[in-house]
Design a protein around this ligand. Structure first.
Ligand code: RUQ
Ligand code: CUA
Length: 657
């Protein structure tokens, strides 16, 4: 309500300021004609800072005064930073870094037992991975629209997939199949989040075995994994998940169909040449070996039928996962190929559910395939041949609705609410806006520089919101003050509400290499303010068996497995504030925040023991360590929580034997 009441006043203020600027800018003597001191001040300010009218208009479109909130959230991958970055749009203010594949000390992520367990469960046995290369976040969907409940993301480097709960913006699960070695075509969800899709990129023997590269064609394979998501539990269920074996092409980005194409998935590929490099052996490098063919293959997969085939047990178990073999996939008619030009990268299903937009990195077109034509050809079994593995190939010309010449090196496409497509053009550093209905180019905007993905508001959902687009630029070059050779990425906010696209904000992003982002209306996100009741475990979101919900319950107990400390935190003391153990004791701290006030977070660290927790109101954190060093170790609250925050401290005394 407060927000609604504020709109007219804010709008009026903006109008007044814009009007003043227009008067100022169009008069030789703005001070006199504008007749108000503010205009003169503004003009002086514009002159002093060297700002044009367009600059000031852009500022007015993004400036968000204190206390006013953003209309959209952008969830961007943190690339090899392994985390996710949450940004408000249009202000471009960073709201949170969510620890996902990489420990994140401020959130205590990867330091308490619960989150260590998450990282360990998603790692090879005995080798907890502490970094990941996050590429593609995907919101959970209901009827092909974002529902704001969960967001998923893949780790390209280690073929992992994470589940993040949007009630508390925290990672709840990481899974790794053991089937594939890395992934790229993920994460993409089916329209009701029945499955989260992960596709292998570099082919390898499925299940992690060894085979020499001379056996690449026979022993190396790709795969597309369908991770079953249980929405009520908020977890992926590995036992109900399955995969389809694919030829050893480099499978690339994928997308799930929606509307008419619901039940189908589409995946690009490169390297249908099956090149493996070997520069030292006198062969061409992978990059040129993999770019010989003019066409690679768009994979068309009937996942609904594949689900039934998997349920009927027509699978082979590899690394504990049910896999539909390539042979079965062909026999059951689950898979077909369509040629696609040249070094294809993005495949994006339009909101109408029937147009499938594919771009090739070495092409100048966006190619629009027609789902209905594809279906008709498949039903009539009109194939032009089969690939080396027997997968039927549909005739390219008969499957497309048309092509649009948009520029050199198109990558990814997003959609707005008015029937326009926005495609990133890497080699030209531009965004192309084009009409889906007439396949005509409308506008091109320069971005700075080397754009990869772009993200429009709910721009791959059934009902895109339009308004804003983020160009995710890999290179910043001359845009910001120098910071040495490792430059930030540059996120540029583009206003797409008018006919011409306008770049209205540059945001340096000095973290990881963000790849993709998704933007969601802020009103779809319903966060909790605290963990309730006091004593809630943040991973299970239910009461923790080790919770200490009153200070009367605080105690230190020596048990067979070590010393258990049942601790509470409330402004401004840690209780107990003295812990005495013997050298060699296993120590288990169970820390509960008794706070239920918004933002009253406490931290807990023990000096020299690498113990570091973030204990938000109501939350329980458990941590175990071996007191293998005798001495006196202060512990304290790491959050500046109150006037007596510095006094919120205690001692761990480890007695020598
Ligand atoms: S893709 S390089 Cu998202 Cu353009 Cu990973
Ligand atoms: Cu609690 Cu500082």
């Amino acid at each position: 309500m407060a927000r609604l009441r504020n709109i007219p006043r804010v709008a009026l203020t903006l109008l007044a300021v814009v009007a003043a600027i227009v008067v100022v800018a169009s008069c030789s003597d703005g001070q006199k004609k504008a007749g108000v001191g503010a205009s003169a001040d503004l003009k002086a300010l514009m002159l002093a800072r060297g700002l044009t009218e367009a600059d000031v208009t852009a500022a007015l479109k993004t400036f968000t005064p204190t206390g006013k909130k953003d209309e959209f959230y952008l969830f961007a991958s943190g690339g090899h930073g392994g985390n996710m970055i949450v940004i408000g749009v249009p202000s471009m203010r960073i709201l949170k870094y969510i620890g996902v594949f990489t420990p994140e000390p401020w959130q205590g992520y990867g330091y308490d037992q619960e989150t260590r367990d998450i990282l360990e469960a998603g790692s090879p046995p005995g080798n907890m991975l502490t970094w990941g290369d996050m590429h593609h976040p995907a919101f959970s969907e209901t009827n092909a629209d974002y529902d704001g409940q969960f967001i998923f993301a893949n780790d390209k480097a280690n073929a992992r997939l994470a589940v993040i709960d949007l009630r508390d913006f925290a990672t709840k699960q990481i899974v790794q199949s053991g089937l594939i070695m890395n992934d790229h075509g993920g994460t993409f969800v089916t329209p009701n989040t029945e499955y989260v899709i992960e596709t292998a990129q570099m082919a390898a023997p499925l299940g992690g075995g060894y085979a020499p590269l001379s056996e690449y064609n026979d022993k190396y394979r790709g795969a597309q994994i369908y991770w079953k998501f249980d929405r009520a539990k908020g977890r992926i269920i590995k036992e109900q998940s399955w995969a389809i074996e694919l030829p050893p092409y480099m499978q690339d980005l994928a997308d799930a169909g929606k509307g008419a194409s619901d039940g189908w998935a589409f995946c690009n590929s490169v390297n249908t040449e099956r090149a493996v490099g070997d520069l030292q052996g006198g062969k061409p490098p992978l990059e040129s070996g993999a770019s010989q063919n003019d066409m690679d293959f768009l994979h068309v997969i009937n996942w609904r039928k594949a689900e039934a085939v998997a349920a009927a047990g027509k699978t082979k178990t590899i690394a504990g996962m049910r896999v539909i073999t390539l042979e079965t996939a062909i026999a059951e008619g689950l898979l077909a190929f369509i040629p696609e030009p040249k070094s294809p990268h993005g495949v994006d299903i339009a909101p109408n559910g029937t147009d499938i937009v594919v771009s090739g990195k070495l092409d100048t077109h966006a190619t629009v395939y027609d789902f209905n034509k594809i279906m008709a050809l498949m039903e009539a079994k009109t194939y032009e041949g089969v690939d080396a593995y027997g997968v039927p190939i549909l005739p390219f010309r008969d499957t497309i609705r048309g092509q649009v010449e948009i520029g050199l090196g198109p990558l990814h496409t997003q959609f707005d609410d008015k029937g326009f497509c926005y495609t990133s053009i890497f080699l030209e550093s531009k965004v192309a806006k084009w009409s889906l209905a007439d396949l005509t180019l409308i506008d091109k905007a320069s971005v700075h520089y080397n754009i990869g993905h772009l993200s429009a508001a709910e721009g791959d959902a059934l009902h895109p919101k339009g308004r804003y687009l983020i160009a995710m630029n890999k290179w910043a070059i001359d845009r910001f003050n120098g910071v040495g050779p490792l430059l930030p990425q540059n996120f540029q906010l583009i206003d797409i509400s008018g006919d011409k696209m306008e770049v209205i904000y540059d945001m340096p992003l000095p973290l990881g290499e963000p790849h993709y982002a998704q933007m969601i209306s802020a009103d779809k996100i319903k966060t909790i303010d605290m963990y309730s009741p006091v004593g809630t475990n943040p991973v299970t979101m239910s009461p923790d068996p080790h919770a200490t919900v009153t200070e009367e319950d605080v105690r230190i107990e020596r048990k067979s497995d070590g010393v258990h400390v049942y601790m509470t935190l409330v402004r401004s003391h840690l209780n107990p504030d003295i812990i005495e153990v013997k050298k060699g004791d296993r120590v288990h701290i169970h820390a509960t925040s008794l706070e239920q006030a918004l933002d009253a977070t406490h931290g807990f660290c023990i000096d020299m023991y690498n113990v570091n927790l973030s204990i938000e109101p109501g939350k329980v954190c458990n941590v175990s360590f071996t007191a293998d060093r005798a001495g006196v170790f202060p512990y304290y609250c790491t959050e500046f929580c109150s006037a007596l925050h510095l006094e919120m401290a205690g001692y761990l005394l480890v007695k020598p034997n």
